[in-house]
Design a protein around this ligand. Structure first.
Ligand code: ZN
Length: 210
């Protein structure tokens, strides 16, 4: 698992670096266009809305670049989470179907099969609970489907990963809230050997291979 983790993290970071180079290039291109367009605007040769269009394209390009930076900063955590979830998916395949509202605990994970309707658009409820209780934002590491899930063909569209150890007070409080609201989750205790990454709480149904 450790070797797999190291290799996957390296591959992922390399692909993000390539992506970032493209996005940085786009930012430069839009910046140059904007400088030109502003000059032309001063000379009355283009309309203001044309300048605004370039400004908006520049903003998009900058957003993409900073999102990629964020992904790179969290690459280790993301990969570890994906890997741990993938291993669990293999284990689930061997398990019997769980009843709605059922709770399954093993040494490596806790799975709650919430009976309520869950959609990622309800994430704000969980965020609000956590912020109200602990006076800090919910530490979300992965929100919805990321590039890494596409690459590994894992369905994470309707899930989010929270960077909390299940056995801490915060982790416990979060799990109690989720159970009280019928929201399905999986809490992973397992770390990738030799690292601090891996433990997290996955909110939503388990992510299956597609
Ligand atoms: Zn997850």
């Amino acid at each position: 698992m450790r070797d797999e983790y190291v290799k996957a993290t390296k591959d992922y970071k390399t692909s993000l670096e390539k992506l970032l180079a493209i996005y940085d290039e786009n930012v430069k291109t839009e910046e140059n266009k904007l400088t030109q367009a502003k000059k032309l605007l001063d000379e009355g040769l283009v309309a203001r809305h044309q300048v605004e269009e370039i400004e908006s394209a520049l903003k998009d390009a900058k957003d993409k670049a900073s999102e990629t930076h964020r992904q790179m900063d969290q690459a280790d955590t993301q990969i570890a989470n994906v890997l741990v979830e993938e291993k669990a998916d293999e284990q689930f395949a061997k398990n019997l179907r769980m009843a709605k509202g059922g709770l399954l605990q093993t040494t490596s994970f806790i799975r709650y099969n919430g009976g309520g309707a869950w959609a990622l658009t309800d994430a704000w409820k969980v965020q609000r609970f956590f912020a109200d209780t602990f006076k800090k934002p919910l530490p979300i590491a992965v929100f919805g489907q990321g590039a890494i899930h596409d690459r590994w063909r894992l369905d994470h569209h309707n899930s989010m990963d929270v960077s909390l150890y299940p056995d801490t007070a915060e982790g416990q409080a979060l799990m109690n809230f989720l159970r009280a609201n019928g929201i399905p989750f999986l809490a992973f205790r397992q770390a990738i050997p030799g690292t601090a990454t891996g433990p997290h709480i996955h909110i939503g149904r388990p992510s299956h291979r597609y």
